[in-house]
Write a protein that binds this ligand. Structure first.
Ligand code: PLP
Length: 403
């Protein structure tokens, strides 16, 4: 059957997870969990512990019992949910949008990202991706026949955008840039200077920006600027949002995207065939979450404690460096002086009982790094104990390998 497929799909066997290591998902990961390995490779707040806020749970129960539960909402999403999202976009993102015309509800933001890119990319188009970053976008573009051109993000400049490196990457085939903002895995919140460079670049070369803001919620000391709200950007930007990271509601599979009338016209026209429609009861539960998002404070408190602890513990390991995470609940760790990061990941499973991600999976610039998800488990102490085990194992690794 494979030979009947178009080359992009044939090549993508195993999808993201061949490249990202089978251990990241599926049965190998579940097997590790059974053996007591701490799973710190999935960006899912408080996983695997119970974390559904009571009022959201109640709204979900009520929604399931409502006569509407077994029926579709419009493929473009529930009007009530879109109205709530428009309020949030106004206060938080400084984006004034028409809830009926500029918002599309998607079954999670991964499908939103795919749908945001789909109208624009065909064989031979080039897409710039500042790297390292979230690997799904690379796969999406390759499936569509596009070519990914990574734009280096350098630790020396705090992984911010650099005008010269963007200019060096552009060609007459470049159509789009996909920005993960804040970035996963580096946690970088792009600052105003970076985003002004980006805006000038995008407008000068007449590009589309797809901006993934899945991690926008906890930016600690940095200002979170939404590029679509900058002058001249709304009409050429598709911004993709998630409820999975900031609200920890990944299992409900609801996300949304926001763009101008012209792009949305085509997306609405194809929403039935590409997305179907998003789960009716889950959209209602999200209305309750947006009406009272105070539960997010517990995430923020926990993640802040953990990022401070991670910075201390990881930087006390000789030859290892980790910047204080700027956003969310990830930590990006430089282990390049210790050896091959894939081998280190395997070693940590065995000697620290912790599964983390290999930086190589996040594209060029990711080698020599680990991504550790600090947001797992409800109990801060469990995460800190796992970080201490990582420290002990990395010290032992250096002794064994004469680093
Ligand atoms: C940067 C980024 N964007 C989007 C997603 C997709 O999240 P969801 O489909 O749950 O909204 C993820 C999930 O890990 C992510 O890390």
């Amino acid at each position: 059957m494979k030979e009947k497929m178009i080359p992009a799909f044939r090549k993508a066997e195993g999808g993201l997870f061949t490249a990202v290591e089978k251990a990241d998902v599926g049965s190998a990961y579940q097997e590790m969990e059974k053996q007591g390995v701490a799973l710190m490779g999935w960006a899912d707040p408080f996983m695997p512990d119970a974390s559904m806020p009571k009022h959201v749970e109640q709204a979900l129960i009520d929604a399931i019992r409502h006569p509407s539960a077994p029926h579709y909402t419009a493929p473009i999403g529930s009007s009530q949910l879109k109205a709530k999202i428009a309020e949030k976009l106004k206060t938080k993102n400084h984006l004034l949008v028409d809830p009926e015309g500029n918002i599309l509800i998607t079954p999670g933001s991964d499908s939103g990202l795919y749908f945001a890119i789909l109208p624009f990319i065909e064989d031979g188009d080039e897409v710039l991706i500042p790297s390292p970053s979230y690997p799904n976008n690379t796969l999406n573009i390759e499936i569509m026949g596009g070519r990914v051109v990574p734009v280096p993000l350098r630790p020396e400049t705090g992984y911010q955008l650099e005008a010269e490196l963007l200019e060096q990457s552009v060609s007459e085939k470049t159509k789009m840039i996909v920005l993960t903002h804040p970035n996963n895995p580096t946690t970088t919140v792009y600052n105003r200077q970076s985003l002004e460079i980006l805006r000038d670049f995008v407008i000068r070369h007449d590009l589309i920006l797809v901006c993934d803001q899945a991690f926008e919620d906890f930016c600690y000391e940095n200002e979170m600027i939404t590029p679509a709200a900058m002058d001249g950007m709304f009409e050429r930007t598709v911004t993709v949002f998630s409820f999975s990271k900031g609200m920890g509601l990944s299992g409900l599979r609801v996300g949304y995207l926001v763009c101008g009338d012209e792009i949305m016209d085509s997306l609405y026209a194809n929403a039935v065939s590409v997305l179907g429609a998003t789960n009716t009861a889950c959209q209602k539960a999200l209305i309750a979450a947006l009406e009272d998002p105070s539960f997010m404070q517990e995430f923020e408190r926990a993640f802040d404690i953990r990022r401070q602890a991670a910075e201390k513990i990881l930087n006390s390991i000789p030859n290892v460096h980790a910047d204080l995470p700027q956003s969310g609940f990830l930590c990006w760790v430089d282990v390049s002086r210790l050896g091959d990061s894939s081998q280190i990941v395997q070693y940590l499973v065995k000697h620290a009982q912790v599964a983390v991600n290999d930086g190589k999976n996040y594209g060029p610039g990711g080698e020599g790094h680990l991504r550790i998800v600090l947001g797992v488990y409800r109990d801060d102490a469990k995460v800190i104990a796992a970080l201490e085990r990582i420290k002990a194992a990395l010290i032992q690794w250096q002794e064994e390998n004469h680093v």
